[in-house]
Design a binder for this molecule. Structure first.
Ligand code: HEM
Length: 406
């Protein structure tokens, strides 16, 4: 541990990040992991960077709560943003969480996901045709971001001509989860929840009047509930539909964008995948590990607990740094190496435990089809300018990536 790394760890504050950190947070994560893995921040919260500590926190839902009502009250006040974020399943504990999760997992069944593959391939190939016709591409707008919005739109069967605002609503609502937000981001987030709720109320009313096929249409399935009679309340239904749309958007866009940029930056691994396309499964896992699209998770300590020799009191917020845990050498040999054949690869990009991503099978399918089809069509693709980062710490990805298709 050098003096520089010690300094980096000592001065780390999630509320005061440097421009260099946004470009490359990994040296800081490493310094923290090696020097202060259970880091107390100036605001009194803890920042965890070791793989084993994250697993402990994710699995101990009694001490590490996901319920954000207390934490979000001062941040959002009595607003629609507050109502949304405290009603979605990800920010609740059992028993509320267990019931909603069961209904959502039932709707995202392997069968429902397998049903999507044909549409997904058509969508991806259509985008590739348009890129080929244009002669070059902007990887995010023309490709990575164009996929998840359609996939989730299909999942809830949102009519095609009504999908346009979904992405902006989603970005505004998730943007309000950044550690620090100004009045503009707050207002944007709130307006987005209001507009989104208004739209979904109409969509749900239409679907109640004319139900779809519950095997394919997740919204119909959520409206009908389980055969046992278990159902979401009207408020739970709307906010969890918003959450599904949001959870599947930016994260999956970032998986596809980060994955294609990582391949381009590692030409040997790119050639390896071109030579052996069956490696796509482990390649997607490595992309999720190496540049995790969702870098931070949050929990609140609700009963005193010890981690890494440090006793943490009830009422203390904790940030779980997935980006750091996924490069922990105690779990991943040679963690800074991008190795598309890495196995085993038990990364935490989808978290673990009770809240493990409910859409991970769908995300993996989207990532595998998008990346493998792009590579098969444009094996000589190369970045043609500097990629522009999204400038967020929680969701790591690019806003724009100019690309030549060769
Ligand atoms: C690469 C893409 C994705 C990544 C990296 C990702 C990551 C995550 C993570 C880390 C969590 C746990 C949050 C926490 O408890 O702190 C989560 C939860 C969740 N994700 Fe994903 N996700 C992705 C795609 C999707 C998609 C496509 C969907 C839906 C179709 C989805 C639906 C959900 C849901 C419903 C939860 C909440 C589960 C619960 O609280 O029980 N995700 N995701």
């Amino acid at each position: 541990m050098t003096a520089d790394a010690r300094e980096l760890a000592a001065h780390f504050d999630l509320e005061r990040l440097t421009p260099e950190f946004y470009v490359n947070p990994y040296p800081t994560y490493r310094a923290l992991r090696e020097n202060e893995p259970v880091k107390r921040m100036p605001n009194g919260s803890y920042f965890l960077t070791r793989y084993d500590d994250l697993v402990t926190a994710y699995k101990n839902t009694k001490a590490f709560s996901s319920d954000k009502k207390r934490e979000f009250a001062p941040k959002y006040g009595n607003s629609l943003l507050y109502e949304h974020h405290t009603t979605s399943l990800v920010f609740n504990d059992p028993p509320a969480h267990t019931r909603v999760r069961r209904l959502i997992m039932g709707a995202l069944s392997p069968r429902a996901i397998a049903e999507m593959e044909g549409d997904l391939i058509r969508l991806v190939d259509g985008l590739l045709d348009a890129i080929e016709a244009k002669g070059d591409c902007e990887l995010i707008g023309d490709f990575a971001a164009a996929i998840p919005v359609e996939v989730i739109g299909n999942l809830l069967d949102v009519p095609h001509d009504e999908r346009e605002p979904l992405r902006d609503w989603s970005l505004a609502i998730l943007g309000a989860l950044e550690p620090v937000i100004g009045p503009e981001a707050f207002a944007r987030g709130n307006t987005a929840v209001k507009d989104f709720l208004g739209y979904l109320e109409t969509l749900v009313a239409r679907r109640r009047a004319k139900p779809g096929n519950p095997e394919r249409d997740v919204l119909t399935r959520l409206i009908l509930g389980e055969a046992t009679g278990e159902r979401l309340t009207a408020k739970e239904l709307l906010h969890n539909c918003i959450f599904l749309l949001n959870a599947g958007h930016e994260t999956t866009t970032n998986l596809i964008g980060n994955g294609l940029v990582a391949l381009s930056n590692h030409p040997t691994e790119k050639q390896r995948l071109i030579g052996d396309p069956l490696l796509i499964r482990t390649a997607v896992e490595e992309m999720l590990r190496f540049e995790s699209s969702n870098q931070l998770g949050n929990r609140m300590i609700v009963e005193e607990v010890e981690l890494g020799g440090i006793r943490m009191q009830a009422g203390t917020p904790v940030t779980l740094c997935i980006g750091a845990a996924n490069r922990d050498p105690a779990q991943f040999p040679d963690p800074e190496k991008f190795d598309i054949g890495r196995a085993p690869n038990r990364h935490l990009a989808f978290a673990t435990g009770a809240h493990q991503c409910a859409g991970m099978a769908l995300a993996r399918l989207e990532g595998a089809i998008a990346i493998s089809h792009f590579l098969a069509r444009f094996p000589n693709y190369a970045l043609s300018g500097d990629p522009v980062r999204g400038g967020r710490v929680r969701f790591r990805g690019f806003l724009r990536v100019p690309c030549a298709i060769g």
